[in-house]
Design a protein around this ligand. Structure first.
Ligand code: GDP
Ligand code: MN
Length: 336
């Protein structure tokens, strides 16, 4: 019998000459997927969701990053899912592990304290490595150097809606630097001194603060206190040149020197959010209302015309937008 020919079988879906799938101009962009070999099944599930609902028509590349080598099995099982280019990278050790200058006794006390308070990942060192890497290092990885925009994807997430436009190009054409689908409140015990550091940074580097900033998203009193609002960073479409720029580079170095990624449990979500809110114009931050997205335990589901036009596979009543712990009203308040 004829051997099954994969390249022929897949052609109709990936044929860019087919008018249905032809979209012309593309952005300089990639998906970024930080994960472990053990995340494999959840990784496969997220890729399938993204490919089926969006990337089938665009073939944007995928970059997978890991603190150790991906196994052959891992690469095989993700490569089989799409013809989009894929690359697999190892993170340099110094971008991942707890630095030597961190006082391990103090770090351990910080972990114990959060564990005793039953804070999620309170006692975890790898989780802290991950948060620090996503805050300050992923965009420096060799495999991401060719790209400007990225879409962050995590294991076991769902993309509910079809998209008939390219969100990367949307970012580029509308001068956006950061975007989100869900915003919520951070666990206070993970960031007790983060805002003190931010205030210190602002007084030391006032010229980095954008006059048209989104301070009112992250503070209810003009910058005195942090209100714990942040954009949920497991979904991000953003501009890496913003993270690579002078303001954010200085900001990350400043936070890094405080040791809060290890002494406390500073998340990349509040760190990214605070930076985007202060160093970008508020109109450079975008809510992708039409992108249906789920990461346990929350989801954003579009409604009305966006829900039907997107053929969204989610219950429009099940959306985090205006629930108690959502910060979306504060974001919308910036433009009223
Ligand atoms: P949560 O969403 O805050 O519950 O955290 P996750 O467990 O989903 O981790 C966030 C992202 O970092 C996911 O894409 C994980 O696959 C990845 N990640 C977390 N810890 C590690 C780790 O120790 N090594 C690697 N390579 N990836 C990790
Ligand atoms: Mn996750």
């Amino acid at each position: 019998a004829e051997p099954y020919n994969h390249s022929t079988a897949l052609q109709p879906v990936h044929n860019n000459n087919d008018t249905h799938f032809s979209h012309g101009r593309r952005a300089n962009a990639t998906f970024v997927f930080l994960c472990r070999n053990s995340d494999l099944n959840g990784v496969v599930s997220s890729i399938v969701s993204m490919e089926d609902r969006f990337n089938r028509a665009y073939s944007y590349p995928w970059v997978f990053l890991n603190d150790e080598e991906f196994t052959e099995e891992f690469k095989q099982r993700v490569r089989v899912l799409t013809d989009a280019p894929m690359s697999f990278g190892v993170i340099p050790r110094e971008h991942w592990v707890q630095p030597d200058w961190i006082d391990e006794n103090r770090a351990r006390q910080g972990r114990m304290k959060l564990m005793n308070q039953r804070v999620i990942y309170g006692g975890s060192i790898p989780y802290r490595n991950m948060c620090r890497f996503n805050s300050g290092f992923f965009f420096q990885h060799e495999l991401l150097q060719p790209y400007r925009y990225y879409w962050r994807v995590e294991p076991n997430v769902k993309f509910f809606c079809g998209l008939d436009y390219d969100p990367f190009l949307y970012m580029e054409e509308h001068d956006k630097v950061y975007s989100f689908t869900i915003s919520l409140l951070e666990h206070q015990p993970t960031v007790p001194t983060l805002w003190d550091s931010v205030k210190e940074f602002i007084s030391e580097y006032p010229y980095f603060i954008e006059p048209e900033n989104a301070m009112n998203f992250i503070s209810d009193d003009g910058g005195e206190k942090y209100n714990l609002c942040h954009w949920w960073s497991n979904f991000e479409i953003a501009d890496m040149d913003f993270w690579r720029g002078e303001a954010y580079t200085k900001f990350f170095e400043f936070l890094e020197a405080k040791g809060g990624f290890y002494y406390e449990r500073w998340g990349d979500a509040p760190v990214h959010s605070i930076a985007a809110a202060l160093f970008a114009r508020k109109d450079q931050i975008h809510f992708f209302r039409d992108i249906g997205y789920r990461h346990e335990d929350f989801q954003h589901c579009p409604s009305g015309i966006q829900w039907s036009a997107g053929r969204c596979a989610c219950d429009p009543k099940d959306t985090f937008d205006y629930s108690q712990a959502s910060c979306l009203p504060r974001f919308e308040g910036l433009f009223q």
